[in-house]
Design a protein. Structure first.
Length: 256
């Protein structure tokens, strides 16, 4: 009798396993074909954008659905459509339970040639806050948890616009003195801004805390950073630091 039961069980389960394997293989073949990748990119874009007030755009996606993805032609926009970040290629690892729970926590993040545009708005908010706050009507009304762990940046550019009131240009201290460097002032929809820039950025950053449900300040822990600062003109060859927002300013703790 026991042998009969085992035979019946095996005869019932084995075809199901074969069928499931065939369905899984077919789904994988469809998803990782060029049309399937475009479809998957639209699905992931919709899923992430549905959790935040801004919009995340993904041109293509490769990798494993279970915990590893390579995103191509990535763009992040604030709630008004302004670009906050673009990147040619972004590689991340994640866990599906966290993503399905609405927690955007990514590990081993590798970003190539990102362009980051941060704007300090006159209403005492940063433009990135207009990306990761919850949409109106979201249950709980809290911001999403957004963290990047073990971030590596190669060939990045950062621009920071800070609201300002223009003053008269600086003049030389003497008749024959060299003309002093002038701050870069530009017009924006929010009024005049002073522009700060960091280019040729290579960095290794163990933690970036962008947003939390408790609205904790942004936190960046830098293990190593190299780049060229525009205002003031400065070449950074090796920097370790911690950056945290403090009200309407940034607080730096420099290790070297």
């Amino acid at each position: 009798m026991r042998r009969v039961r085992l035979f019946l069980t095996a005869g019932f389960v084995w075809p199901l396993l074969v069928l499931f394997g065939g369905l899984l293989g077919t789904a994988a073949a469809v998803l990782w074909s060029p049309p399937g990748q475009r479809l998957l990119a639209r699905v992931v874009t919709t899923m992430i954008s549905g959790r935040v007030a801004g919009r995340v755009e993904i041109g293509g996606i490769r990798g494993s659905l279970l915990g590893h993805a390579v995103l191509e032609r990535v763009a992040v926009r604030d709630s008004l459509g302004g670009l906050v970040l673009t990147a040619e290629r972004l590689e991340v690892r994640y866990t599906l339970p966290e993503l399905l729970a609405g927690r955007l926590v990514f590990h081993e993040v590798r970003v190539e040639r990102p362009v980051i545009h941060l704007i300090r708005l006159r209403r005492s908010r940063w433009n990135y806050e207009e990306v990761f706050r919850s949409k109106p009507g979201t249950p709980g009304g809290s911001s999403a948890l957004v963290e990047l762990h073990d971030l590596v940046i190669r060939g990045g550019t950062i621009r920071v616009d800070v609201a300002t009131t223009p003053h008269a240009p600086k003049v030389p201290t003497s008749r024959n003195g060299a003309a002093p460097a002038q701050p870069r002032i530009e017009a924006s929809p929010d009024g005049p801004v002073r522009v700060y820039g960091l280019s040729e950025l290579d960095a290794r950053i163990p933690l970036v805390r962008i947003s939390t449900p408790a609205r904790d300040p942004i936190l960046v822990r830098i293990a190593e950073l190299r780049g060229t600062l525009a205002d003031p003109a400065l070449t950074i060859t090796a920097l370790q630091a911690e950056i945290i927002t403090a009200g309407d300013s940034l607080r730096f703790t420099l290790d070297r």
